[in-house]
Design a protein around this ligand. Structure first.
Ligand SMILES: [Cu+2]
Length: 370
């Protein structure tokens, strides 16, 4: 992350310009160019003072993903994992964040993020630069929702230089978190946007190439180098998506049992997951009592992906309206707030009957203030 790099870079450029004109020898010309230089510097300062540049280094990589590492149904142990437990580990892809352009040191993610790519952060007015390295075996991209970009930085639609980054290649995406990307009048102090690969978007979302970016309203950031909103204590991001693994390679391991029929295979390969985990295998959704908690909710998938995220133990405020169930359709991005009042280990699940049976559930926990 670097602040005001733009200003430094442009000032250097302007200094070169200044030296060039100084040597022209004509005093009047030099005077006017000096004025121009001052004016230019002032205007560049204004531009750069509007926002910071947030830089991220992200690689797409092939991984093996296990939807239930415990091998158990942790919500209703007696019911087991059903047909969804016959195959648990698949060859997938993920966005992995690194600390710098050496792409050697990973940025640690909290366990509740599961399969999600890094959560990027920006403040209204910031520029975002994502240095994307494709370490996988097919062309991939990053297409962001909500932020401003030109065609080269759209990361989609087979046009522009960022539409399909070849294996082994890099591309730096430039996105602007301007006021159209920032919270609106009825939004909380920050909102969530999706990003995902968009060469073959359907396949690549199911691959696992999904992440989010949070944009905080100008003035609501915690500090210049901490773009997270200052009016909340904790936030979580949860993706409700039935991963269709019917086209994908199952990784051979002790967990796999043979499907008994094509029908069973087709159902068993539909992983009704929250952040890529099923039957309570998503952990770490823990807050302290009285914490102000923000939930960023994402829906993706196809016509079976009508999800209703439901919290036990606490209600949320959704655009000024009180509820404890939030509806999500494919492509939905919703931000809701709660103050966690009641201690407990609470269910958090999709309320669609068929999805409950298939394991789209986990728990969130409220523990005493430490
Ligand atoms: Cu659902």
């Amino acid at each position: 992350m670097s602040l005001n790099i733009t200003n430094m870079e442009l000032t250097k450029e302007s200094q070169i310009t200044f030296v060039f004109y100084f040597h022209m020898g004509n005093p009047r010309f030099t005077f006017y160019t000096l004025l121009t230089f001052i004016g230019l510097t002032m205007s560049l300062w204004t531009v750069s003072a509007e926002g910071a540049i947030r830089e991220y280094w992200i690689a797409a990589e092939k991984v093996e993903w296990n939807y239930a590492p415990s091998g158990q149904n942790l919500i209703r142990p007696n019911m087991g994992l059903g047909v969804w437990g016959k195959a648990l580990t698949y060859e997938k892809y993920r966005y992995i964040e690194y600390t710098d352009n050496t792409y050697t040191k990973r940025v640690e993610q909290p366990i509740w993020m599961g399969i999600l790519g890094p959560q990027l952060q920006a403040v209204e007015g910031d520029s975002v630069r994502v240095h994307f390295l494709n370490r996988a075996d097919k062309p991939l991209s990053i297409h962001v929702h909500g932020l401003q970009y030109d065609e080269d930085n759209e990361g989609a639609d087979m046009k522009g230089s960022g539409a399909a980054v070849q294996p082994g290649s890099m591309f730096t995406y430039h996105w602007e978190a301007d006021s159209d990307a920032a919270p609106g009048p009825n939004d909380p102090s920050s909102i969530v946007w999706l990003y995902h690969s968009h060469v073959d978007a359907v396949t690549e979302v199911y691959d696992g190439l999904i992440g989010t970016i949070v944009v905080t309203k100008k003035g609501m950031e915690r500090a210049p180098n901490d773009p997270r909103p200052k009016d909340i204590d904790k936030s979580f991001t949860t993706l409700f998506l039935i991963f269709n693994e019917n086209e994908r390679k199952i990784v051979e391991s002790g967990q796999n049992e043979a499907y008994e029929s094509l029908e069973e295979a087709e159902e068993g390969n539909l992983k009704h997951a929250i952040n890529g985990f099923i039957f309570g295998n998503l952990h770490g959704l823990e807050v302290e009592q009285h914490d102000r908690v923000r939930w960023y909710l994402i829906g993706l998938g196809t016509e079976v992906d009508m999800h209703t995220a439901h919290w036990h133990g606490q209600t949320v405020l959704n655009s000024g309206k009180r509820t404890d169930v939030v509806s999500l359709l494919p492509g939905s991005m919703v931000t809701v707030d709660m103050t966690a009042k009641t201690l407990g280990n609470w269910l958090y699940h999709c309320h669609v009957a068929d999805h409950i049976t298939a394991g789209m559930n986990t728990r969130w926990r409220v523990v005493p203030k430490r």
